[in-house]
Design a protein around this ligand. Sequence first.
Ligand SMILES: C[S@@+](CC[C@H](N)C(=O)[O-])C[C@H]1O[C@@H](n2cnc3c(N)ncnc32)[C@H](O)[C@@H]1O
Length: 274
Amino acid sequence: MKKSCVSEKRRGPITLGCVYLKHLVKGKTTHGIHSPFLFNFLKDCVYAKVSFKEFEDIEKQRYRLKKDNRVIEVCDFGSYKSESESFVERKQKISSIAKTSLKSPRQAMLLYKIAGYFKCHNILELGTSLGITSAYMSKACPGSVLNTIEGCPQVAKTAQGVFDALAIDNIRLHIGDIDKLLVPVLKETGAPDMIFIDANHTKQATLYYFDVLLNHIYKNTVIVIDDIHWSKGMEDAWNKICEHPDVSVTVDLFYMGIIFFREGLSKEDFLIKC
Ligand SMILES: C[S@@+](CC[C@H](N)C(=O)[O-])C[C@H]1O[C@@H](n2cnc3c(N)ncnc32)[C@H](O)[C@@H]1O
């Protein structure tokens, strides 16, 4: 099966706004959460305060990238150039990638908190882009290693520049199509403690990543999927994943979804305001 071949229409701001409003109305906070696992996770991780000071050096890099008007070649995965190449190249300013493609400081900080809370030493990110979120996650646990995969060579080169500027030595950047690299990287790293999926935002690619990952995780692996309401297709993929028998608990934070496979938890899907 070709995994990244379906382009999906992103929801417009009005539709997305309505979905978000629904989330706000239906979503819970720690009140009314009876699962001790989830209650503690929300209190001590999701809603825990962390000083932004810790990330000043990374944010200086984001600021620098937002001012960088050099044009680089980016690849649109999901748009097919030929049978053998699963992307189409186009030019884009680094500043525009930095403004539109990266997780916000608040969301990157949440990923940092999740990695720290569960003491994740082996982290995998699908979709590095300029490496800002990778840098956040790489700081969460001393002694951790973060493997991250990016398909556009020039984007990856810029990310490596960020890691070098921050003197980060625990990130291994793999350059190439995730569809081809995912299994070899997983064989090399072993079962990750945490996986952040933020690459090709389509139903088909998301379900493909999930299916492959299922064979390489263990019961304490946490998977985080970005932009689960970005399109109808992403939402369908999220709903399908929630129903999977191996999944115990899911947490829908609107802008991302968290999946647990832990034993001893009753199967439940939570909508959480964050
Ligand atoms: C939304 S950006 C990632 C943002 C990054 N995680 C962050 O928060 O800073 C998605 C990235 O995934 C890459 N990507 C998408 N599909 C891919 C594929 N099939 N193989 C490799 N990289 C892919 C894109 O080139 C893009 O740089």
